[in-house]
Design a protein around this ligand. Structure first.
Ligand code: FAD
Length: 504
């Protein structure tokens, strides 16, 4: 039998820390590896991070957590995609849905088929072929059946909106029941060995904590990976100009909609995230173009319902840790890097980092090869998401404020430039770094930003024109018919997963 590591110490009890403990306590349950979480009673968690992508279900399954129990405990609602308001120009909206758009035809992408149909006068929009977009438009929701022959339902996919504070409480309870040790203390010194590996942590309660491996979940403080091991962040502010956010929670009497709203503003964008018991609101902005006072005013002017919290300012840096894994330390969550929250990808990156870590799990000697392979993968994951987020800013046609004029003129990474130019030619997608964002996602945003290819694949001309038109018409009708039978989103929640203790 190979010699493995015996202990893992997770420092930080925010979303990242407890996600790590939940997933590892399940995946490593046969390995007799002791898991400890050190969380400070004096340093609060960031308290945001409430919109997710569909991989949240993957995280829950891999951690063996019941989805409905999780929804009830975190006052979650369902998310079918993001509605982008005022991005291309003021008063224009588009939707980025999860799931598949349309039905591929004899091996051809649906998008190619739709492109051809436009030249023949098809009046239907790309979103008319997205079941998620239709569900969102009509405020409807059902789970996608585990197995179905119905292509409309099979095309659907969802994520969740959740209460960040309730998430950490719920995951902590799960972990404690599984035997994860919790130490309530603030780490005030990280002691290194001569080889630069972390030896032990000194805490304010005089307890020394040693471990074979450490996971830094201390948020933007990055106490282990940066302050002790000296691994810095590669900043991407030259492409992603927002560096601050202001947040406010509100009480709303309206039923929650099944999507996040991201509305472009003078110097950034505001989010609206509806939960069962309240709404999360925030304004992500660039401090170069907007003061905190202006940002608070913009947000308060945009919110609906009574304010439950005072405005809270959160400064952040957009970028990625140069090495997410270094020696015997993994940086997870905000300590690993942060891409601004426009596509709600940070919690996904926590999950993805853990999955990559498990695939390259270290032996007792913590060899360099696993670290290198892992870091290469993480680079790709971050760069793919970075490019997709930049796409939203770089293709905006707004010129009404200095912020948007800056975005219009900014140089974009070569990788993104390549994807856009290939797409513009014939609607093909050549992902440079990965395929987390599928063709459906790219097409939805590019179409929302009025970018259409010059041509389509000429072989589509081989399809019979009238048959194609009929097929497309039937597809729209099938989606509308299916969605019209679904319960309303809040009705579905009330029947299946109403929150345990709605908080106001
Ligand atoms: P934190 O929540 O900051 O937790 C850090 C923990 O470390 C705390 O428990 C603290 O007590 C502990 N700690 C710190 N120092 C010490 C010490 N010395 N000793 C012991 N413990 C210590 N993500 C999404 O997926 N979707 C979103 O919609 C989204 N929106 C966001 C909006 C904004 C404005 C920001 C800034 C982030 C957003 N995120 C979003 C990211 C998301 O908030 C984080 O990825 C997630 O909350 C994980 O945070 P964390 O656990 O890394 O850090």
């Amino acid at each position: 039998m190979q010699q493995g590591i015996n202990s893992i110490c997770i420092v930080g009890g925010g979303t990242a820390g407890w996600m790590a403990a939940s997933l590892l306590s399940n995946v490593l349950k046969g390995c007799q590896i002791k898991i400890t979480v050190v969380e400070s009673p004096d340093i609060s968690t960031i308290g945001v991070g409430e919109s997710t992508v569909p991989s949240i279900t993957g995280f829950l399954n891999t951690s063996q957590i019941d989805v409905k129990e999780f929804i009830k405990a975190t006052s979650a609602t369902f998310k079918l995609g993001i509605r982008f308001d005022d991005w291309y120009s003021v008063d224009e909206q588009y939707f980025h849905p999860f799931g598949h758009i349309g039905r591929d035809l004899n091996g051809f992408d649906f998008y190619q088929v739709w492109l051809k149909s436009l030249s023949e006068g098809n009046p239907a929009s790309l979103m008319d072929y997205s079941v998620n977009a239709e569900m969102a438009k009509n405020n409807r929701f059902v789970f996608r059946p585990k197995q179905t022959k119905d292509w409309v339902l099979a095309n659907s996919s969802h994520a969740l909106h959740l209460d960040a504070t309730q998430v950490t409480c719920f995951l902590r309870d799960v972990c404690l029941k599984r035997g994860v040790e919790r130490v309530e203390a603030t780490v005030n010194e990280v002691e290194l060995n001569e080889d630069g590996f972390i030896k032990q942590l000194h805490t304010d309660c005089q307890k020394l904590i040693s471990s074979d491996f450490f996971i830094d979940c201390t948020g933007f403080k990055a106490l282990l990976i940066e302050k002790s091991l000296g691994v810095s962040v590669e900043e991407w502010s030259q492409y992603l100009p927002c560096d601050r956010a202001v947040t406010i929670q509100t009480k709303t009497d309206q039923p929650p909609v099944p999507y996040t709203i991201a509305k472009a503003q003078a110097a950034g964008w505001t989010w609206t995230i509806p939960l069962q018991h309240r709404t999360g609101n925030g304004y992500v902005f660039s401090s170069q173009y907007c003061s905190d006072e202006q940002a608070i005013k913009t947000l308060t002017d945009n919110i609906q319902g009574t304010m439950l919290t005072e405005p809270k300012i959160i400064p952040f840096t957009t970028g990625k840790r140069k090495k997410v894994w270094h020696k015997n330390c993994l940086a997870l969550g905000l300590a690993g890097g942060f891409l601004e929250p426009l596509e709600s990808t940070a919690i996904h990156l926590v999950y993805k980092t853990l999955v990559n870590f498990i695939q390259h799990f270290p032996d007792a000697d913590i060899g360099i090869q696993n670290e290198q392979l892992f870091n290469k993968k993480m680079d790709c994951d971050y760069l793919e998401i970075r490019d997709f987020i930049i796409l939203h800013y770089a293709t905006a046609q707004r010129t009404d404020t200095d912020f948007w004029r800056w975005c219009k003129d900014m140089p974009i990474p070569d990788s993104l430039d390549h994807i856009i130019s290939v797409f513009k030619e014939r609607g093909e997608l050549q992902n440079v770094y990965g395929d987390f964002f599928t063709k459906n996602s790219w097409c939805a945003v590019l179409e929302g930003m009025h970018i259409r290819p010059k041509k389509y694949n000429p072989l589509i001309d081989g399809f019979h024109q009238q048959e194609l038109a009929n097929m497309l018409m039937r597809s729209v009708k099938s989606i509308q018919d299916t969605v019209s039978t679904m319960p309303l989103h809040d009705e579905f929640i009330r029947q299946h997963c109403r929150a345990n203790m709605p908080e106001t």
